[in-house]
Structures are given as C-alpha cells and as structure tokens.
Design a protein around this ligand. Structure first.
Ligand SMILES: NC(=O)c1ccc[n+]([C@@H]2O[C@H](COP(=O)([O-])OP(=O)(O)OC[C@H]3O[C@@H](n4cnc5c(N)ncnc54)[C@H](OP(=O)(O)O)[C@@H]3O)[C@@H](O)[C@H]2O)c1
Length: 386
C-alpha cells in the first residue's frame, strides 16, 4: 500500500490527487494533508480522509482530528512512503528537501522546486537514492516514453497548448484581462499556472524541469505548440524513431500513473480518447516574438546559477500584479526580463543563495512593475547583486 503525504491538498492538483485516492481505497492511504489558507476545504478533507497529521499556513481556530505538524515534519512521518508535492510558489522547497533526506519517494507537481533549485534537489535525491516521479503531464509523458528504453534519447519534444491567446497579436495580448486569461481552453488549473500558460512562461519552466528530471541538455529540448493537448510530449531516439504519449487532457491520468507506478490501474472514472471526434493533431514552432517569456525562461535555465530562481520569483510577483489589474499581460515579460537583466547570478548556489536571490527578485520586480525603480539605474552591490 502507498502511504501518502499530500502537500497542497486544497489546490487544483491536490484535489485531483484525492480523487485518485478515493478511487483506490485498498491501494492508497493518506496519513498527512497540508494546505495553505483554505481552511474550510482542508477541514472537510481532514474529516473525509482522517489523516494522522495535518498542516495549514493559517492555523485553524477550532480543533481538527489529527496532529498539527510542519510540512517538513509531516513528510518525515515514519509511515509515509510517498510524498506528493503540489504546493504553489516556493512553499514546498524545504519540505521537498526534507522528504528526500528522509528517503521518501517524491511525486512532484510543483514546478518551482526544480526551477529554483534543480541542482540541489537532484543532488539530494541521488545522495539518498530517492526517485522523483513527475506529475506534470508533459514530464509524465517523457517518463512513460523512456520506460524500458536502453538506447540514449536524442531529443525531448515538449508540447504546449499555446494557451487561450495563441493567435492574438502583441497589441491584443496587451489588452487581455485577468478574467479572460483565467479561462483556459483545455486545462482546468490553479490561477498562477493558468496565467503562466497564457504567457507561455509555463512551458519555459517545464523545459527547465525536464532538464533536471531527465539530465538532458537544454539544446536538445524543444517546444512544439499543439493546441489539442492530446500528445503530451515525445522522445526522439538515436535511430530517428519518435515515441509519444497520448491521452485526454486530464491531470488525473498522469497523477494516477505516478501513484500507481510501476503498475497501471484501471479506473472507470477517467476519460478515454474518442478517436471518432478527433479531426486533426497540429504542431508548430512557438512564436517567441509574441511569447517572449518562453525564451527568457530557457535562457535563465541555460545560464544557471541563481537566474532560474530570479525568473520564478519575478514571474510570481508579475502574475499577482496582473491578476490584481495593476499591470498588463505583456508587462509580465518586461518585468521578468528586466529583473533577470539586473541580477548578478551566484554560480553553484547554496539553498541560502537561492532564497536570497528569490527575496531580491521579488523586491526588484515589485519596484520595477510599480514604476518606483529607475528602469536603467545601476544597482547597488549589496549581497552580490547589482
Ligand atoms: N493545476 C495543474 O493542472 C498543474 C499541472 C502541472 C503542474 N502544476 C504545478 O503544481 C503546483 C500546484 O498547482 P495548482 O494548479 O494545484 O495550484 P493551486 O490550485 O493554486 O494550489 C496551490 C496549493 O498550494 C497551497 N499553498 C500555497 N501556499 C502555501 C503555503 N505557504 N503553505 C502550504 N500550502 C500552500 C494552496 O493552499 P490554499 O489553496 O489552501 O491556500 C493549495 O493547496 C504548481 O507549481 C503548478 O505549476 C499544476
């Protein structure tokens, strides 16, 4: 039996993980649940799943069944053998490292972890002999294509839906409202990842994740826009053969694969592809001029050091400002680019370097976006940052 701790159980991914747990009561048991501020939902989850331990970033004012522990403590619970990390932002970073150090298998949905600290996380995983199982549909697809293969893959092809505005001009993109951007045509996701999908930052973050998950050079990872989101990603091998993983765009499929691995379970509540209604599968190269976030992310990943942490933090700030109607959708890319440009990266960063870069980038991005920073002004030399 898999005995699970779920970090981010109240989020979009967390709730879908619990759907899978409901479908397999004999195979999966939840002993730890962690949420953020949505106490109502967390309390209902606690009532239903009766975990032994729980956490929320806001402490509940009434008694809940189970013991309140930090996320770092709950992932080390002796019974836990699988930790699902589905928190947004950097909240899951410390707990992910704690889980790896405690020797627990980690099923990773949160993109920020590998983007901010890919080197640190993958080193800890290999030091403790722990497997990181991808939950994201694209990385799950690559993982499934690589299963059973002995020859070296040559290229990873990550597919992208292109988001709701893929055919918009730059000037139309600048007029998009948060309400429009939150209506993704294919995937139902949390707010931050939905906006990242609209700017294609999401795909850039996924390229960095793929680099760390599969130890693959950036130059051999390509992005293809595939609006139908049926082919979740592909791998090209030395003989020129391509393997692809296909399925309906439903996150419960890759979630279940990670939870059931190395088996595949039958689940009648999950959809199957209807080939009769499928007219075409289209693929095209992304347009970097209208979606500059993708290139910014890949460049930050290639540059390494603390650049990816700065990318993540600046993007988080800019997305929040867009969602609160303070900047436009296209300003997100400007904020991220400017923050990256002003950053002086630390090579081979420690966790403290990563967290310092994150703090600096949040402050800089906020000042830049709100217009209080001289946009061309040189920076101070404090703490190693320009
Ligand atoms: N949604 C998708 O389809 C999808 C697909 C692939 C990858 N991902 C990645 O998975 C992660 C989660 O995405 P999501 O769409 O599920 O986001 P979401 O709906 O916003 O959920 C985020 C979760 O994190 C919790 N959280 C936030 N801050 C926290 C803190 N300081 N301490 C503890 N918990 C905290 C939230 O709690 P409250 O809601 O209670 O505040 C919520 O449970 C992201 O990194 C995203 O990029 C998502």
């Amino acid at each position: 039996m898999k005995i699970i701790a779920i970090l981010g159980s109240t989020g979009s991914i967390g709730q879908q993980v619990l759907d899978i747990v409901r479908a397999f009561p004999d195979e999966l048991r939840v002993v730890a649940l962690a949420g953020g501020k949505n106490l109502n939902l967390l309390e209902r989850q606690i009532e239903e799943f009766r975990p032994e331990v729980f956490y929320s970033s806001v402490k509940p004012d009434r008694d809940c069944a189970g013991e309140f522990l930090s996320m770092e403590e709950m992932v080390s619970h002796p019974e836990v053998n699988l930790v699902v990390v589905a928190t947004s932002g950097k909240a899951g970073l410390g707990p992910t490292l704690a889980a790896l150090r405690a020797g627990k298998t980690v099923a990773l949905a949160s993109k920020e972890m590998l983007v901010m600290a890919g080197d640190i996380i993958t080193r800890e995983a290999s030091l403790h002999g722990v497997q990181i199982l991808p939950l994201d549909s694209e990385h799950s697809a690559i993982w499934q294509c690589l299963e059973g293969e002995e020859g070296s893959p040559q290229r990873l092809l990550l597919t992208a839906s292109g988001g709701p505005f893929y055919n918009y001009s730059r000037s139309d993109l600048a007029k998009v409202t948060p309400e429009q951007a939150l209506r993704h045509p294919v995937w139902k996701m949390g707010r931050k990842v939905t906006i990242d999908s609209a700017t294609m930052m999401n795909k850039g973050l996924e390229v960095i994740e793929a680099h760390w998950l599969f130890s693959f050079p950036f130059d051999s990872i390509e992005v293809l826009v595939h609006p139908q989101s049926i082919v979740h990603s592909m791998v090209e091998f030395a003989d020129g053969s391509l393997k692809a993983q296909l399925g309906p765009p439903d996150m419960r499929l890759p979630i279940q694969y990670a939870l059931s691995y190395p088996q595949r379970w039958s689940n009648s509540t999950l959809p199957c592809l209807d080939w009769t209604s499928m007219k075409a599968l289209n693929f095209e190269l992304p347009d970097h001029s209208r979606f500059p976030c993708l290139k910014s992310a890949v460049d930050a990943g290639k540059s390494g050091g603390t650049y990816p942490a700065v990318l993540c933090a600046a993007d988080e700030v800019a997305v929040e400002l867009f969602l609160s109607h303070r900047i436009s959708l296209t300003d997100i890319a400007n904020t991220v680019q400017q923050t990256l440009q002003q950053h002086r990266s630390v090579a081979q960063p420690s966790l403290d370097d990563v967290l310092r870069a994150d703090t600096w980038a949040r402050e800089y991005a906020m000042r830049f976006s709100c217009g209080t920073t001289e946009r061309s002004a040189p920076q101070s030399d404090d703490e190693g940052y320009r």
